[in-house]
Design a protein around this ligand. Structure first.
Ligand SMILES: NC(=O)C1=CN([C@@H]2O[C@H](COP(=O)(O)OP(=O)(O)OC[C@H]3O[C@@H](n4cnc5c(N)ncnc54)[C@H](OP(=O)(O)O)[C@@H]3O)[C@@H](O)[C@H]2O)C=CC1
Ligand SMILES: O=C(O)CCC(=O)C(=O)O
Ligand SMILES: [Mg+2]
Length: 742
């Protein structure tokens, strides 16, 4: 692939970030065009991905570019320069809602066939399967992950700290996880001495062998296999619910059904059918006929019974309520609307939900709308224990104080779908028998006895990403002069393989004077929290899941949100992807826009990502103006933080659009004031003056529109003209940008 080297590819995604883009891009382009840089939009939104999967169903004017395939190829280009905003990783209910919206807009795309009966339906399901769950990030993340809070952001938080809930020593909140029968206790792992093919096989009790998957593994590649017992999982759920009920503490479930798109919806489904056991016992047959899928949440029951006669529907609704009688209170997603933690699998996502709870003094919202202590259930024990460590720490020491704590940046092993986050095509809900991994010569490399309904999976970790990850860790430790801790547990089969590689690849670097440690997860989090508590920084160097978990956990404690993180993906092939923050697409923010026309989304992640993207352009393409724009953008961002022009949560106050205006004004002032390129300075002086002179007027225009509902005409596929109208309401600002671009 050849690309114009002066192009930044800026992703168009979903929900809050896609609204923000509509306001921010016209400002950004006003600057980048002066450096000959083209900022091109690449549509990777859920709706865009759905439409591009069915080109033959669309008329010529409806056809869209397949942005994800394009960017996927671009990741292999050493000149790749991508700014990646968060996108929806869709659960089945979200995908279905998106399809319904597009159909209503006149797009002739097929329904999602949950239980395909014909070849044609199977083919449709396969196409949709590529869109489900975390389908974007694994394709684009062709490099490891470097996420940190820049000094300016830490300084901002020290000056304007976010609120932190109080932790009581008597808090009864705790993490609960399986003590056996889970992936952790069954994990096996091997490293390939040479490249070779392996087969994943299922052997039934009669000895019949079914090949489930064939893999070609590289030399040095790590392959893990593990099993979660269905019975042990269900017993664990039952016990955890009984314990919560008896002890009067709320119950909540925290999984990642979006990223772990095969295994976690099944886990979620078991939680639903255990919690509502009597309901599923009584109406199981009817639910089968109706196509209820508990993996889609109890919301699926409500959806499917909607077509029943009223009396039957009410009978079932009563049966649902009857289940609640003898179960513990459940944490709510929306207590006003009665949406529980078990409604939809994508509403509560562990990486963000656990830190939010910890930040909130260990409380989640109860059915009565009050914050309460909770039993936070995360069945897999592998990673759940770190949260218990943090809960213990907060109970002992009180909440962390953002004004004086250190920081815990992360270097994460992520490239080439490393570890569990790449396991979906190797995950199976089994029958009773044996699951095994067999080498080409027939040698059995790993095997597990399994029961019906168990979840068995294999995970791959290639050698090249591991080597690059170790290098990135050493580089970061050196550049920021900070101790780096590899979070690796020698008792875990996978980590034992990884430790050997880490020890080997550390030898390739000059580590003189650096503090590089290897610690188990519990030791590592205690060590890092203790240092953080005393104002010291510690780099966490972790695998892919902990990368995800820790880059929400520490930022949400330290900064109030992971949106303020700098997230860089140096690609293995030399290009760069600059992610905007470490959080998601904030669905709640869209709700506020729809109701009150106020967007509280903070684009700080976009500002920081763009500055690094421009810096990279300056260096790689020898574009001196890109370098100036990068430096001045950083200065503008610093000023914005100092002046506290970030969006407020309150309708009527400065929101996302207002913060974009301030960024534009400070940026124009900084470009006009720099002396490296007089022509560029002169070019931006009029814009700087217009924006400065009209500050009050523009801010007034931006706040005037707030307080009433905003019409976007679509959620997943909003009308871009209407979004533009909502997101660019200041005639004065629009005219100033137009004049600059004329
Ligand atoms: N990189 C990616 O593509 C990622 C995508 N996702 C996807 O995002 C969606 C939502 O995930 P969820 O788990 O709810 O996590 P989010 O990070 O989207 O939201 C959790 C909360 O974090 C706060 N927040 C997040 N970003 C910002 C921001 N820029 N400015 C201000 N506050 C912010 C908001 O708090 P408050 O409401 O208090 O304002 C928000 O409600 C899902 O579809 C998920 O799949 C999730 C993670 C990463
Ligand atoms: O891809 C996803 O679904 C989420 C990604 C994520 O949470 C992260 O990388 O931090
Ligand atoms: Mg995450």
């Amino acid at each position: 692939m050849t690309t114009n080297n002066q192009t930044i590819y800026y992703t168009l995604t979903d929900e809050a970030p896609s609204l923000a883009t509509c306001s921010l891009l016209p400002i950004v382009r006003t600057f980048t065009s002066a450096a000959g840089i083209d900022v091109k939009i690449s549509d990777i939104s859920l709706a865009g991905r759905v439409l591009s999967a069915f080109p033959e169903n669309l008329s010529a004017d409806q056809n869209v570019e397949d942005g994800l395939s394009f960017l996927g190829e671009l990741t292999q280009d050493p000149n790749a320069n991508i700014v990646k905003l968060p996108n929806i990783s869709a659960s089945i209910p979200q995908l279905k809602a998106c399809i319904a919206e597009l159909q209503a807009q006149g797009y002739d795309i097929p329904d999602y066939p949950e239980a395909p009966k014909t070849d044609a339906e199977t083919e449709i399901q396969t196409r949709y399967g590529k869109i489900l769950g975390s389908a974007v990030n694994p394709v684009l993340r062709e490099g490891n992950s470097d996420r940190r809070a820049p000094g300016a952001v830490k300084a901002f938080v020290r000056k304007f700290p976010h609120s932190m809930g109080k932790w009581s020593k008597a808090s009864r909140t705790h993490a609960d996880y399986m003590r056996g029968g889970d992936f952790f206790s069954s994990e096996q792992s091997i490293t390939m001495e040479d490249a070779g093919d392996v087969r994943i096989e299922f052997v039934d009790p009669a000895g019949n062998v079914e090949v489930k998957k064939e893999l070609s593994l590289e030399k040095g590649e790590i392959l893990d296999s593990m099993n979660m017992s269905c019975q042990a999982l269900r017993d664990f759920f039952e016990e955890s619910m009984n314990d919560a009920k008896e002890t009067g503490v709320m119950w909540s479930l925290h999984v990642k059904a979006t990223m772990m798109k095969v295994s976690h919806p099944i886990v979620f489904g078991h939680a639903v059918t255990v919690f509502y056991k009597e309901l599923f016992d009584q109406y199981g047959e009817l639910f089968d006929q109706l196509g209820v899928n508990p993996n889609n949440g109890i919301g699926s029951v409500y959806d499917k019974i909607a077509s029943l006669p009223r009396s039957k529907r009410e009978e079932i609704e009563e049966a649902i309520h009857a289940c609640h009688e003898h179960r513990p209170e459940m944490a709510m997603v929306d207590s006003v609307k009665g949406i529980t933690n078990l409604h939809v699998p994508s509403d509560v996502i562990v990486d963000a939900s656990m830190p939010a709870m910890i930040r909130n003094g260990g409380k989640m919202w109860g059915p009565d709308g009050k914050p309460k202590d909770t039993k936070a259930v995360m069945p897999e024990s592998t990673y759940a224990r770190i949260y218990q460590e943090m809960i213990n720490y907060c109970k002992t020491n009180g909440a962390f104080d953002p004004t004086n704590i250190g920081t815990v940046p992360n270097v994460g092993l992520m490239a080439k779908k490393a570890e569990e986050y790449g396991s979906h095509d190797k995950t199976f809900e089994t029958e009773a028998g044996t699951m095994r991994v067999v080498a080409a010569d027939g040698t059995v490399l790993m095997q597990h006895e399994v029961e019906k309904g168990d979840i068995w999976r294999a995970c791959q970790t290639k050698d090249e990403p591991v080597r690059d990850w170790v290098k990135l860790a050493v580089t970061r430790a050196r550049q920021s002069d900070t101790p780096a801790v590899f979070w690796l547990d020698h008792k875990r089969a996978h980590d034992a393989q990884l430790i050997k590689k880490v020890e080997k690849y550390l030898q390739e670097h000059d580590t003189d004077g650096l503090e590089i440690l290897i610690k188990t997860y519990n030791q590592a989090i205690r060590y890092s929290m203790d240092r953080m508590f005393h104002g010291n920084d510690t780099i966490s160097v972790t695998g892919n899941v902990l990368r995800d978990y820790l880059t929400d956990l520490f930022p949400i404690i330290e900064l109030g949100t992971s949106a303020k993180m700098l997230s860089i993906v140096p690609m293995l092939k030399g290009g760069g992807m600059y992610e905007t923050g470490a959080g998601g697409s904030a669905p709640k923010h869209v709700q506020q826009v729809e109701e009150e026309n106020h967007l509280r989304w903070d684009s700080l992640g976009e500002f920081m990502a763009l500055a690094v993207s421009l810096e990279d352009m300056g260096i790689k393409q020898n574009n001196s103006r890109a370098a100036i724009l990068s430096k001045t953008l950083d200065a503008a961002t610093g000023k914005l933080l100092e002046e506290n022009k970030s969006p407020s949560r309150k309708t009527g106050e400065l929101d996302n659009r207002g913060s974009h205006f301030y960024l534009g004004m400070y940026w124009a002032q900084a470009v006009a004031a720099q002396t490296e390129d007089a022509e560029l300075a002169a070019q931006f002086a009029p814009l700087a003056k217009t924006l400065t002179d009209n500050e009050a007027k523009i801010v007034a225009e931006l706040s005037e529109v707030q307080g009433t509902a905003a019409e976007l005409d679509g959620y997943y596929h909003a009308n871009r003209d209407m979004v533009k109208k909502v997101m660019r309401p200041s005639a004065t600002l629009n005219a100033a940008l137009a004049a600059q671009n004329a």
